[in-house]
Ligand binder design. Structure first.
Ligand SMILES: [Zn+2]
Length: 632
């Protein structure tokens, strides 16, 4: 498609101009606007790929050859191709953007087959960005007029002087139906362009009117600094609109991706390896001015997965250096809910998430006004891990002075601890939770293990998870043999095999009766804590909820292991790896078939998300295959 487009466009922009744009563009500069790059040796640079979700960098840039290439997803090309893919631009739009950057005046050749155009037709994105740039100037000039007095008072009342207002491009949308619309129409922007940009909208009469009126305006920029939308705050009591009004979804403004302040904050975010997420435009300004230059805010939407992706690339969030994401909340229910929701999102991200709640429930802007810049820096410095915050939040709802209250609090808190992906941290949190509840460690540990395996909290009999797929696999298939071997290890050698056995979830077993026994082991408290012997076998049998699995426990407790001599940790590791490998390869098959059914052009985001998942699963499968090969 790229080559065809190049050919088709060759008649529009002169070939030698395109060549000049390529020559004068430093690809590393263009890419580092979006992706934080580090040295990869040999003069090359690397970063986290913006086209697929990854944890360690496989996205490479060669400044010498002026190209990029991702070893993870196979995307590669020159700077023009990068902009096309990263910013969803057409070929012409990309060349125009790079030409403007390099100060090159493009010359267009007329297509012989069509009538000469009065002026070169720019790409849509560039037109919409140009309309926004003109709107910023218009609103800015309005801020000094008499009618804008309430806007100036609002800013002054929040502690922002003229210099601050200028730095953030604050402006005023005047009182009038179509002042901006007329101004932009005079500058040559079409009816359709203004509607598509979200700056104007058609009135009932059919004529165009301004979207924003009598409001304080904040230009919202993308990561490269282009203005792509506005946030508008209500100033007058008789304005019956919402307190904040934002640009609607447009071809250039996607609220799920937009982070206010990211253009000014990105370099510090990359340098400090942390980002502070606040709730409003004034909070971003207050933080930056108080020397917390890493602050950004979402615009009219909750913080979500797309925002994480944007930040991860800037943070260079890989194993070698973990990025920290700090949320500040003014302690209200909505903010806390948003923080707790992070548990539902990316688990990798949870471990690096911190919460900073102001003691007096003030937002950073209020805090700076009341107590000064230092108080804002203190707020961020006093952050606490999300897990601690969430546990406290859950526990506080119960009366811990009663047994019922403590047990209920434990049941609600256990799933949160069970969700901590970093298993090494779990015991630490089990101890902490037990301490906070004033309970023994053991029941808390059981509740957490039960929650980890999707079981109801301790006390209720466990039922076997239902399996998908109509066919029951045969008991003597190689896969079933591995599953039996794993269960035998858990029953016969819990001290040796316990931790590795417990770490592999019931979902990795295929045969229904094996799934049931696996669940019974979890319900009996897990193999990790067991000392073995007849008591342990009895505990697992008691936890079984059907006769078939009870009988199998008795059988597996005495069946010899398929190894000559004593089992050792390597044998356990190989067995568990073989077990997981079958399940992972099954998931890879499912994922591949799903990816094939997706149109990568119209569902680009989903496609790349699934592709990223596939790559990490394949990596996992490779690691398991190596582990499974060890010794057999
Ligand atoms: Zn990639």
């Amino acid at each position: 498609m790229y080559a065809e487009e190049v050919a088709a466009m060759a008649g529009r922009i002169r070939d030698e101009d395109i060549a000049l744009v390529r020559e004068r563009t430093a690809i590393a500069d263009v890419i580092s606007e979006v992706v934080t790059l580090k040295s990869a040796g040999g003069g090359n640079l690397k970063g986290l790929c913006p086209f697929h979700d990854e944890k360690s960098p496989s996205f490479n840039v060669s400044p010498a050859r002026n190209v990029f290439y991702c070893f993870g997803c196979g995307v590669g090309g020159d700077a023009i191709k990068f902009l096309m893919d990263a910013e969803h631009l057409s070929f012409v739009e990309s060349v125009e953007r790079l030409a403007a950057r390099a100060g090159i005046q493009l010359r267009y050749v007329e297509d012989d087959r069509s009538a000469p155009r009065p002026r070169p037709q720019q790409g849509q994105r560039q037109r919409l960005v140009a309309a926004h740039a003109a709107a910023v100037e218009f609103y800015r000039a309005q801020l000094t007029t008499a009618g804008a007095r309430p806007a100036r008072e609002f800013l002054a009342g929040r502690g922002f002087d003229r210099a601050a207002a200028e730095r953030y491009g604050c402006g005023f949308a005047p009182d009038g139906w179509d002042l901006l619309t007329k101004h932009l129409r005079q500058q040559g922007f079409s009816h359709d362009e203004l509607v598509t940009a979200g700056l104007s909208r058609p009135a009932r009469s059919g004529s165009l009117i301004d979207r924003f009126r009598r409001r304080l305006m904040w230009p919202i920029r993308d990561i490269t600094g282009d203005v792509i939308g506005f946030g508008a705050r209500k100033l007058f009591d008789d304005d019956d609109g919402p307190k904040y009004l934002n640009t609607p979804e447009t071809p250039i403004y996607k609220k799920s991706h937009v982070l206010y302040g990211i253009d000014q904050a990105k370099r510090e975010i990359a340098k400090q390896g942390k980002v502070v997420v606040v709730e409003g435009y004034t909070d971003v300004m207050a933080c930056h001015l108080a020397d917390v230059p890493t602050a950004v805010a979402t615009c009219g939407t909750a913080f979500g997965g797309d925002h994480i992706s944007v930040l991860r690339r800037v943070l260079f969030d890989s194993d070698e250096r973990a990025g920290e994401i700090i949320f500040t909340f003014d302690g209200d229910a909505a903010g806390q809910k948003a923080a707790l929701r992070a548990f539902e999102d990316d688990q990798r991200f949870v471990g690096r998430t911190f919460i900073a709640v102001s003691p007096d429930n003030m937002d950073p802007c209020e805090l700076r006004l009341a107590k000064g810049d230092l108080a804002v820096r203190d707020l961020v410095a006093r952050r606490e891990p999300l897990v601690d915050f969430a546990l406290r939040h859950v526990i506080n709802r119960f009366d811990l002075d009663t047994v019922d209250g403590r047990v209920e609090a434990m049941r609600r808190a256990a799933p949160l601890v069970a969700k901590i992906k970093d298993r090494e941290k779990r015991p630490e949190y089990v101890r902490k939770l037990a301490g906070d509840l004033g309970m023994e460690i053991e029941p808390v540990q059981r509740a957490v293990l039960a929650a980890a395996h999707g079981q109801p909290a301790a006390g209720t009999p466990a039922s076997a998870p239902t399996r998908r797929g109509p066919a029951t696999p045969s008991v003597d298939s190689p896969r079933s043999m591995v599953e039996r071997e794993a269960l035998k290890l858990a029953l016969q050698e819990p001290v040796l095999a316990g931790p590795m056995f417990d770490a592999v979830e019931a979902g990795d077993y295929q045969h229904p009766v094996h799934v049931a026994v696996r669940a019974a082991v979890a319900a009996a408290g897990g193999a990790s804590g067991a000392t073995g012997g007849a008591v342990w076998i009895e505990q697992v049998r008691d936890a079984c909820d059907d006769l078939a699995s009870q009988a199998l426990v008795g059988e597996l407790a005495v069946e010899p292991l398929r190894i000559d001599g004593e089992p050792d940790p390597r044998y356990v590791s190989v067995t568990m790896a073989r077990l997981q490998w079958s399940s992972v390869t099954g998931r890879i098959r499912d994922l591949k078939s799903k990816i094939q059914r997706i149109n990568p052009v119209s569902n680009k985001d989903e496609y790349f998300a699934l592709f990223g998942e596939l790559l990490s699963l394949e990596q996992h499968a490779r690691a398991l295959r190596e582990q499974a090969a060890g010794g057999l």
